[in-house]
Design a protein around this ligand. Structure first.
Ligand code: PLP
Length: 400
């Protein structure tokens, strides 16, 4: 499909090399890896290879620390529920205010319906975690701390290694949702104390419906799905062989592209961001400019609605996403923007551009050509905007 796709934190295009790797597993290599014959046996070997590819991207010490799942959401749920079941006397959970719903809504459910005490750690205006509040919440009553590695909206990176070390001193299981981080930043779990880590295939050029959970060797584990003996009894269900092969290949490619992601893709993101901020007034980058994913830029445009910007960009062939969602007919800023206390007038107009290795400099130039006139037109129509005013930002983010 033609068009400029800048919504890679929502999902990515499956890499054609991933598709090629998967194809034989639909037809020739269709065996069930649990079967005791050559059809199954050979697929079993390919799954082991895929596990090794995921292990390599995560820098994990052992391949059996990787459990294949159906998505990031399943991995998050499996990790948190396992921690709670292995530590039944501990009735508290720590998480952050900006987690993906895959973590946050599960934690809220556990609070409301199962009586757990939930510590939701706040963030500041740049979306940085309040470490003091995190430390204050730690105790031997807490079973699990689940803090994301990278935020999907702002791209902010959290100091998960430091947080994991702090948690360990209280015997707390530390889980991180690394769905947005894997393949974008280097990860070396060998030299880490993180107990569990979630990833999702469709965020790194593998198909949807694939994912994995890293479970450090020695971590006690209770499966979410019970049934057959697959995945060393940690995730029942006949393996999604094609998906697993695709995920493995995608991880191999992600490792090979990691430098590109951190140099060329970062350069494109910076060029886009700088170009927009310089040519469009009354806008600012949300998030932590110093500690972000290399591919993500979230920009708040004052006095206009993000949805309107998206519609106009879409007409120009550009796909991005907004930080507000339509709930009951009104546009509500996302829980992330609200947690950061970004004023309504700006949070409403926040747009997330998320790049991938598929993007080119020409595409970025196209966006830089079409976006400023769109913003100008929309502001002219906005009841909150009058020509020439406000010359100054209504809200200046507190950058150090
Ligand atoms: N966690 C984060 C940070 C995400 O961005 C997403 C997807 O957007 C998920 C979890 C859920 O992953 P999946 O779509 O594979 O269930």
């Amino acid at each position: 499909m033609d068009g400029i796709y800048l919504d890679n934190n929502a999902t990515t295009r499956v890499d054609p090399l991933v598709v090629d790797a998967m194809l034989p597993f639909f037809t020739e290599k269709f065996g069930n890896p649990s079967s005791m014959h050559s059809f199954g046996d050979s697929v079993g070997r390919n799954i082991r290879e895929a596990r090794g590819q995921v292990q390599a991207l995560l820098g994990a010490e052992f391949d059996h620390e990787i459990v294949f799942t159906s998505c990031g959401t399943e991995s998050d749920n499996a990790a948190i529920m396992s921690a709670l079941r292995t530590l039944p006397d501990r009735r508290e959970i720590i998480t952050s205010a900006v987690e993906h719903p895959a973590v946050l809504s599960l934690c809220r459910h556990l609070e409301e319906h199962e009586g757990y005490r939930l510590h939701v750690i706040p963030v500041d205006r740049r979306g940085r975690l309040d470490i003091d509040a995190y430390v204050a919440a730690l105790s031997t009553n807490v079973a699990v701390a689940s803090i994301m590695w990278a935020n999907n909206e702002t791209g902010n990176l959290f100091p998960v290694e430091q947080l994991a070390k702090l948690a360990k001193t209280f015997g707390i299981v530390f889980h991180t949702d690394a769905v947005q981080a894997v393949g974008k930043v280097p990860i070396d779990l060998k030299s880490s104390v993180i107990d569990m880590l979630s990833l999702s295939g469709h965020k790194l050029h593998a198909p949807k419906g694939t994912g994995a959970l890293y479970v450090r060797r020695g971590t006690r584990f209770r499966p979410l799905l019970r049934g057959g003996h697959q995945e060393r009894e940690r995730r029942a269900g006949t393996e999604n062989t094609t998906g697993i092969i695709g995920l493995g290949k995608a991880c191999e490619l992600a490792l090979a592209h990691l430098t590109d992601e951190n140099t060329r893709v970062r350069g494109l993101r910076d060029r886009l961001e700088k170009g927009i901020v310089e040519s469009v007034g009354n806008c600012f980058v949300t998030g932590d400019a110093m500690g972000r994913l290399p591919n993500t830029s979230n920009i708040a445009f004052e006095f206009i609605e993000g949805e309107a910007i998206l519609l106009h960009l879409n007409r120009e062939g550009v796909a991005a996403s907004s930080g507000s969602a339509c709930t009951s007919g009104s546009l509500e800023p996302s829980h992330v923007m609200r947690a950061m206390d970004i004023p309504f007038t700006a949070a409403h107009g926040s747009i997330r551009f998320s790049l991938s290795r598929d993007n080119t400099a020409e595409q970025i130039d196209h966006v830089l050509a079409v976006l400023p006139p769109i913003i100008k037109r929309l502001r002219e129509m906005s009841p909150f905007w009058s020509e020439g005013a406000p010359a100054k930002m209504a809200f200046e983010p507190e950058y150090a």
